[in-house]
Design a protein around this ligand. Structure first.
Ligand SMILES: CC(C)(COP(=O)(O)OP(=O)(O)OC[C@H]1O[C@@H](n2cnc3c(N)ncnc32)[C@H](O)[C@@H]1OP(=O)(O)O)[C@@H](O)C(=O)NCCC(=O)NCCS
Length: 204
């Protein structure tokens, strides 16, 4: 059964989000993206109708974002506060019943979230992420196939590149980023750039 849902973002990540929506039998009516070169095109037969100004004309609707960049996603969420932001969990994931998931968060396939995990609003839990027990992810986090062992804390807007692994109990400060295959063994200050195994902080 389809419900009236719209999507923001028509880039590569949009295809992954559309696949997760399709797996939940949800088919957006239209996509909006400020990149005018995409207007008039379609993704899986869903038309890209216009930009955010056009989306704003829709009024109060249900929607999902497909924007990988955490700061851009935050800006959109804060602009459209009246929107009913969907929480999407791909059915091919294993999320314990005790896990708390904020509005607008999208969990893609192959993710495992163990008991007592808290995931904030407008996060992206990308393909094959593992979130160990008692982890907390604040709003606007994006993790890409990361492995978070138990009790890890990710501050607002943290981005973890593919296959980043985080040692138990570690706290990563807000708006930090990690490169592919980083192993985070120590707490990181806000806005750190973490690279390597063991990770070194490039700044902050
Ligand atoms: C590490 C990373 C997050 C940095 O992002 P960024 O801040 O936008 O990147 P920048 O280009 O500004 O890099 C910041 C610094 O880190 C350095 N750097 C970036 N990636 C590096 C790497 N893998 N190894 C060594 N140095 C690296 C840059 O040279 C730069 O150094 P400088 O400040 O001295 O010039 C990014 O390079 C990265 O690896 N992203 C992961 C991609 C990924 O996994 N995508 C999956 C999508 S689902």
């Amino acid at each position: 059964m389809s419900r009236s849902v719209y999507m923001i973002g028509a880039g590569g990540h949009a295809k992954a989000v559309l696949a997760a929506l399709e797996a939940n039998d949800i088919y957006p009516l239209a996509i909006y993206d400020d990149n005018a070169s995409k207007w008039g095109s379609s993704l899986f037969n869903i038309p890209v109708k216009g930009g955010l100004e056009d989306f704003a004309q829709l009024g109060v609707v249900s929607a999902v974002t497909a924007i990988g960049d955490n700061a851009k996603r935050q800006k959109i969420a804060e602009r459209f506060t009246a929107v009913d932001w969907l929480t999407v969990v791909h059915p091919y994931s294993c999320v314990h019943s005790s896990v708390v998931i904020g509005e607008g968060t999208v969990i893609l396939e192959g993710t495992i979230a163990q008991p007592d995990v808290t995931i904030g609003r407008h996060c992206i839990i990308n393909v094959e992420s593992m979130i160990g027990h008692d982890c907390t992810l604040e709003d606007y986090v994006h993790i890409c196939g990361a492995k978070l062992t138990g009790n890890v804390h990710l501050g607002e807007g943290v981005f973890l590149g593919a296959n980043t692994t985080v040692h138990p109990g570690i706290k990563i400060g807000a708006w930090s980023k990690s490169a592919i295959a980083t192993a985070v063994m120590r707490d990181a200050l806000p806005a750190s750039i973490l690279i390597g195994n063991p990770a070194r902080a490039m700044r902050a």
